[in-house]
Design a protein around this ligand. Sequence first.
Ligand SMILES: NC(=O)c1ccc[n+]([C@@H]2O[C@H](COP(=O)([O-])OP(=O)(O)OC[C@H]3O[C@@H](n4cnc5c(N)ncnc54)[C@H](OP(=O)(O)O)[C@@H]3O)[C@@H](O)[C@H]2O)c1
Length: 281
Amino acid sequence: MTPAAYGSAPVLLVGGGRMGQALLKGWLNAPDIGPVFVVEPNPAAGLAALIDGQRVRLIDGPDKLPQGLAGLTGLSVIIAIKPQMFDQVLPAYKNLALAGTLILSIAAGRTLSDLGRLLGNAAGFVRAMPNTPAEVGRGITALVAGEDLAADARRRAELLMQAVGEIAWVSREDDINTVTAISGSGPAYVFLLVEALTKAGMAQGLSPDQAAQFARATIIGAGRLLEHATDSPKSLREAVTSPGGTTAAALGVLMATPHGLEEMIDQAVTAALARARALAG
Ligand SMILES: NC(=O)c1ccc[n+]([C@@H]2O[C@H](COP(=O)([O-])OP(=O)(O)OC[C@H]3O[C@@H](n4cnc5c(N)ncnc54)[C@H](OP(=O)(O)O)[C@@H]3O)[C@@H](O)[C@H]2O)c1
């Protein structure tokens, strides 16, 4: 391939698992991104379906990278392997980590200094924390960079992650751990709420199917309402809470102090944050 054939925003995706595929799908809808080269030793059917041999090409390993990729203007390398593979896999990509290249890692708990240790300090490094709604283009990703990231690399990092939802830069690297505890793990908290509502409905005599239907539609509908409303969540809650009514009766339990939902969420986030910090070493 000649450098011109790489297009204006070539991307190398290392790891085509669940999150790698979510990113890839988003990039395919973003005309400014690509071509994309994917390194993935065991491509699953979902990934294979996205490989067209033109805009998205599968590469067997770092020793099979297309000629001329290293040092290519505008190259972005996205690291989407499991954190525990980091030290083993990354050194093979050191030849790509040149000035002008963006290296963006989504690996939980792997720091900017880990990237520098394994890849040298010439490239621009960004650490990002997306969440699973990225799979449907509705994720939110926190980004953090070293102080010296070039404006062009910063913009490329934004484009790559905006392809799967909202983005927000955080200024301190430790904020990535907090974001992990809020939005990274957060979808699981919401799914648990659906499960709990379903079980409560069943306990009161609804069929499992109906209980699940009402619980699921309630969370999806409330999310949509929140999305379209200009009011705060507090105002939305108050709007459905008549004094002495059914919602007030339920909220009396959920908002009790101590041991209400707020306290539980605070404890849950604190536990997730402690774990994220521990994993980050
Ligand atoms: N999923 C999330 O919600 C989420 C959110 C934020 C951040 N992340 C981060 O995203 C990263 C990927 O997570 P995931 O959920 O997508 O995990 P995953 O589905 O396991 O994806 C990782 C992929 O990397 C592949 N791989 C293994 N060795 C490789 C190598 N030497 N070169 C290239 N690819 C290799 C794996 O293949 P094999 O399966 O064959 O080993 C797998 O397909 C993790 O670091 C995670 O912390 C995930």
